[in-house]
Design a protein around this ligand. Structure first.
Ligand code: PGA
Length: 255
């Protein structure tokens, strides 16, 4: 059985001290739930050390929100996988905001997935369609091509771990979450695509999250769907009560 994963993407929010306080409060509140649910906090880069310190000795894990695929070089402002290795365990790759505002493409997502795995980082690979693509009815083929591109030439095995997050762009930060049926339809299809690439055994092991306006009120409905293994959470990850509330519901989901 796949363990539920609830990952918080803080995006460009919180000061260093707010981040420390949020992380410490979450550690305190989640002592029991984190035994059954994987909880990941993805703060901004400058917080990785201080939040990492706040998480020490707890079961909560740390992730970055993006990274460059090169190990080093003249890439002003970028952070490399070498810098993240040992500092955090997870890294979000190809979030739709990165694709929209920072020109990330399926090709760079693929390079980043390879770089993450080469540096013992677990990528959370984001895919999802715009409202136009949803309305045009071509969302399943759009997402299939994003998944195939992200994993092109990527070898999995020997304990290498990846997660996929299905995040419909129209549901992110809008308060308009996908329905559980919409999320399950796409996530089931992502699992089929992964099966076609890696075979059943590996694809059945990969956790696929839903993201887009999740909160403590709607998380239950997603977790009741067979293929949905957790959530990538934006807005609701910034408040102790809402994020801890989601983890508490996930711990009660009986997986
Ligand atoms: P949201 O963001 O939960 O605020 O909709 C999700 C995400 O962008 O990962």
């Amino acid at each position: 059985m796949r363990r539920i994963c609830i990952a918080g993407n803080w995006k460009m929010n919180t000061t260093i001290s707010e981040g420390e306080q949020l992380a410490s409060a979450l550690v305190e509140r989640m002592k029991s739930q984190s035994a059954t649910v994987d909880v990941v906090l993805c703060p901004p880069f400058p917080h990785l050390q201080s939040v990492g310190k706040a998480l020490e000795g707890s079961a909560l894990a740390l992730g970055a929100q993006t990274m460059h695929f090169e190990e080093k070089g003249a890439y002003t402002g970028e952070v490399s996988p070498v810098m993240l290795e040992g500092l955090c365990r997870f890294v979000i790759i190809g979030h739709s905001e990165r694709r929209q505002y920072f020109a990330e493409t399926d090709a760079t997502v693929n390079q980043k997935v390879k770089a993450a795995l080469a540096h013992s980082l677990t990528p959370i690979v984001c895919v999802g369609e715009s409202l136009d693509i949803r309305h045009a009815g071509s969302f399943l083929s759009h997402i299939e091509s994003q998944v195939k591109a992200a994993f092109d030439g990527v070898t999995l095995g020997n304990g290498s771990e990846v997660l996929v997050a299905y995040e419909p762009i129209w549901a992110i930060g809008t308060g308009l979450a996908a329905s559980k049926e919409q999320a399950q339809e796409v996530i089931g299809s992502i699992r089929s695509t992964l099966k076609s690439i890696y075979g059943d055994a590996i694809a059945d092991f990969i956790r696929i999250l839903y993201g887009g306006s999740t909160n403590a009120e709607n998380i239950d409905s997603f977790l009741a769907e067979g293929d949905i293994d957790g959530a990538l959470v934006g807005g609701a990850s910034l408040k102790v009560d809402s994020f801890a509330g989601m983890v508490e519901k996930a711990a009660g989901a009986g997986r």
